[in-house]
Design a protein around this ligand. Structure first.
Ligand code: FAD
Length: 278
């Protein structure tokens, strides 16, 4: 069994101002689980960018844990990006997850088709040329929803990595065989950077209709059955979801995964329980 897999968490800036302080409590407690890094998401279209930087700065400077600030470029001009990079540097954050982002609802076809950064690769190239930031990127074991095929998605993934990405974090997946097949194809393409497997604990039935359906990840029968059995009972569902995530992680570690990246959803109890069991 490989015990060398790294452990990391993803958090998001809470939407409500009154919940904002809770994230710092979560992070202080999560630090005790000794993650190798913690990443913080970026609001779609760049809303609340300052919050991402504030949280990443806290992780880096106050907790002394490597912080990765997510950054999207879909609605960005070069000037916006420059401002954002200056803010990151001033906040002591030197690692980003460079993303294209999804098209914001308010963006017209004309704006979308004439955007300054077309793909994450364009952002990576720009960051590489103009900053000294360390750059990670996203990847999709079951292909990105816009890609006509996994093969085509992998061609663009290789371009992204060659542009200067030093590690990848995957979209959530629930079927490890999809991940193993993906890793084989990625390595065959000559992509050698570490790949952190994104694990989303499914602790409520509602998540299936929201987060999971948005991700485009397939739901194996075992997970669907589990939700059908326990979905109505809050605590049983939480326990069953944790058990599923733990088994997924154990199997990934046995297969020598580079890293486990837990989509914590800012939930301390669930994250702590998973870490105690893996
Ligand atoms: P890209 O790598 O640019 O790929 C997008 C699509 O374009 C793919 O289908 C790819 O195959 C295709 N493509 C790439 N290059 C070319 C080319 N040259 N020609 C033709 N097609 C091309 N969103 C947020 O808003 N905030 C977040 O914090 C956030 N965090 C995320 C974290 C992870 C780990 C993941 C997996 C996703 C995250 N997302 C986030 C969602 C992400 O922004 C969307 O999935 C978005 O649609 C794609 O972003 P990307 O960086 O993967 O895009």
């Amino acid at each position: 069994m490989s015990h060398n897999a790294s452990l990391s968490f993803e958090v998001f800036p809470p939407k409500k101002e009154e919940e904002f302080e809770n994230i710092f409590d979560f992070l202080r407690a999560a630090a005790k689980l000794h993650p190798d890094f913690i990443s913080c998401t970026y609001g779609a279209g760049g809303s609340r960018a300052g919050k991402t930087i504030e949280i990443a700065s806290f992780i880096q400077k106050e907790l002394g844990i490597d912080a990765i600030a997510h950054i999207t470029c879909v609605g960005f001009t070069h000037a916006d990006l420059e401002k954002n990079c200056e803010a990151l540097t001033a906040a002591g954050v030197n690692h980003v997850l460079a993303l294209r982002g999804d098209r914001p609802q308010h963006m017209t076809d004309e704006q979308f088709n004439s955007r300054e950064f077309f793909y994450a690769t364009d952002l990576v190239r720009h960051l590489k040329e103009h900053t000294s930031l360390q750059i990670s990127g996203a990847c999709y074991p079951e292909k990105h929803f816009e890609a006509p095929s996994l093969e085509e998605d992998l061609i663009h993934l290789k371009e992204k990595v060659d542009a200067g990405v030093s590690s990848l974090v995957t979209q959530m997946f629930f079927d490890n065989t999809c991940f193993y097949r993906f890793i084989e194809l990625v390595r065959a393409k000559g992509i050698t950077v570490p790949i952190h497997a994104g694990i989303m604990p499914i602790t409520t039935a509602k998540q299936l209709g929201t987060t999971v359906s948005l991700s485009g990840s397939s739901v194996p029968k075992e997970l669907a059955d589990l939700i059908a059995t326990y979905g109505e009972n809050k605590e049983d569902m939480r326990k069953a979801g944790i058990d599923y995530a733990v088994r997924q992680i154990q199997d990934l570690r046995e297969h020598g995964v580079d890293g486990i990246h837990i989509y914590s959803m800012n939930k301390l109890k669930t994250t702590t329980e998973i870490c105690a069991l893996i």
